[in-house]
Write a protein that binds this ligand. Structure first.
Ligand SMILES: *Cc1c(COP(=O)(O)O)cnc(C)c1O
Length: 479
């Protein structure tokens, strides 16, 4: 039976979930002007009501702990529980971010070491851990680029962005007061160097590029692109959201990148399906070090401390040190994996994506038929009749899979973007492939199975536009 109650439906007058002991301190009467006139409209429920209610709600959701979550570009890998244990250790979980450095040496050391691991992995020199997400890392990196160009006498006017880019790239550029110019991709789905050459003028502050790009393809000409941009005085910003494909295999600093962000919640394993806290550290070449946000965690002798004496810094981009809990998880993950483990993870992520691509090729249309990196992109092109990508995605839910990313990247009409990640076994990949094949057969023989999907979920097809534009989080149905 479908559980469909609100906590208010369970409420009964006088019911109570706690039995506080009577206070042994004198009563204190708050002044009248601080007291509310009527009691708050809170549900009156028992402890067991509360536990069952929230357990029911949790079962309406889908998460990586339930099944495969091949959401392209999001790297929904399984997040090892050891990371959760580490970040909940009282010394990490209960430390106050304002604690004087001498009382926070362990936390500062962890951040200092994480900075150096990320510098090593990216092949860059300096790292800030402050930004709270990839998008904020982008803005931080662009602000550093603007500060550097300004120090050279001209902040420049625009940023070049390939047409495969994630929407946050142009948004961050606009926030940083840069005009955006699109660089089209060639017919192999990668940067078109001729077009880049043409657009690369003295007005361009940076090329903002994702590698591997959002088609899951490695930008093979990246070093040459970097040379074109550098020769005209521009910088290379790398959107590092797809780092899960290349860890320990190639370092962005070695292919010409000047500054980039990482998404710790994607590549370095923090649960992020529910929009919880993330972390988007920014790594840069040393000439950009003066502009990094403050503070940077520094070491002097055997002491660690946050360095605020940085007059050219772009300032703070986040309270205190950023999302420290995510930093602890990433640190635990990197230490647990080690350099060989990280490399192996990337190799397996790439292998899984190619396995799925090869097995579904010819069954679903593959717009760019190339060996891919950690994700592969199909399209709706070969679906019969009026069936669309959305119908396939919804039907997958009935087979127990989270749908892939759909309708992105924008240059593929009806894109279906599959990123299995390295944490899915061969058997899980096979199950996914089988479900996709079954759905493709249903598309021919029983199209209603697709158009009426999903049938096994708590709600069927939500009006997604309405849900975004008129989001209502309350249960009272009037007004
Ligand atoms: C996820 C993602 C971003 C944005 O990162 P957030 O951490 O969600 O802000 C940017 N670019 C690409 C390619 C991404 O996949």
């Amino acid at each position: 039976m479908m559980y469909n109650k609100t906590i208010f439906d369970l409420s009964a007058k006088g019911r109570c979930g706690a039995s506080p002991i009577s206070a042994d301190v004198p009563d204190f009467q708050l002044p009248d002007d601080l007291l509310r006139a009527e009691s708050a409209a809170l549900p009156e429920v028992t402890e067991v009501d509360v536990v069952r209610h929230f357990t029911h709600l949790s079962q309406k959701n889908f998460g990586i702990d339930i099944g495969m979550y091949p959401l392209g570009s999001c790297t929904m890998k399984y997040n090892p529980r050891i990371n959760e244990v580490a970040c909940r250790l009282p010394g990490f979980a209960r430390i106050h971010p304002g604690a004087p450095p001498q009382y926070a040496q362990g936390a500062l050391q962890l951040m200092h070491e994480l900075q150096s691991y990320l510098a090593e992995i990216t092949g860059l020199d300096v790292v800030t851990l402050q930004p709270a997400a990839g998008a904020q890392g982008e803005l931080t990196g662009l602000m550093m680029i603007r500060a550097w160009h300004t120090s050279q006498g001209n902040p420049r006017r625009k940023v070049l962005i390939p047409d495969t880019a994630h929407g946050t790239n142009p948004a961050s550029s606009a926030l940083c007061n840069y005009a955006v110019e699109t660089v089209p991709s060639n017919d192999r789905g990668t940067l078109d160097l001729a077009s880049l050459r043409e657009k690369m003028t003295g007005e361009v502050a940076a090329l903002m590029v994702t590698n591997p790009n959002t088609l899951g393809l490695f930008e093979k000409d990246i070093a040459e692109a970097a040379e074109i941009v550098h020769q005209a005085g521009g910088l290379i910003y790398l959107d590092g959201a797809n780092m899960n494909a290349i860890m320990g295999i190639v370092r962005p600093g070695d292919f010409g990148v000047d500054v980039m962000h990482l998404n710790l919640h994607k590549t370095f394993s923090t649960p992020h399906g529910g929009g919880g806290p993330g972390s988007g550290p920014v790594a840069a070449k040393s000439f950009l070090a003066p502009y990094l946000p403050s503070p940077i965690i520094t070491k002097s002798g055997d002491q660690f401390f946050p360095d605020y004496e940085r007059p050219q810094s772009i300032g703070k981009v986040q309270a205190f040190f950023g999302n420290f809990g995510v930093l602890v998880r990433a640190y635990a993950y990197i230490r647990e994996m080690g350099p060989d483990g990280l490399k192996f993870a990337s190799e397996m992520a790439v292998l899984n994506a190619n396995y799925i691509r090869e097995n579904l090729k010819g069954i679903y249309h593959l717009p760019y038929d190339e060996v891919c990196m950690h994700e592969c992109v199909f399209s709706e092109k070969s679906l019969p009749g009026d069936l669309r990508t959305l119908d396939v995605a919804k039907r997958l839910m009935d087979y127990g899979f989270h749908p892939p990313t759909v309708y992105f990247p924008l240059i593929v009409k009806g894109a279906i973007m599959v990123e299995p990640t390295e944490t899915e076994s061969l058997e899980n990949c096979d199950d996914f492939i089988q479900a996709m094949k079954t759905i493709r057969a249903e598309a021919e023989n029983d199209p209603k199975a697709l158009t009426s999907a999903p049938r096994t979920t708590p709600i069927a097809r939500a009006d997604e536009v309405m849900a975004v534009k008129k989001l209502r989080l309350t249960a009272d149905m009037d007004g």
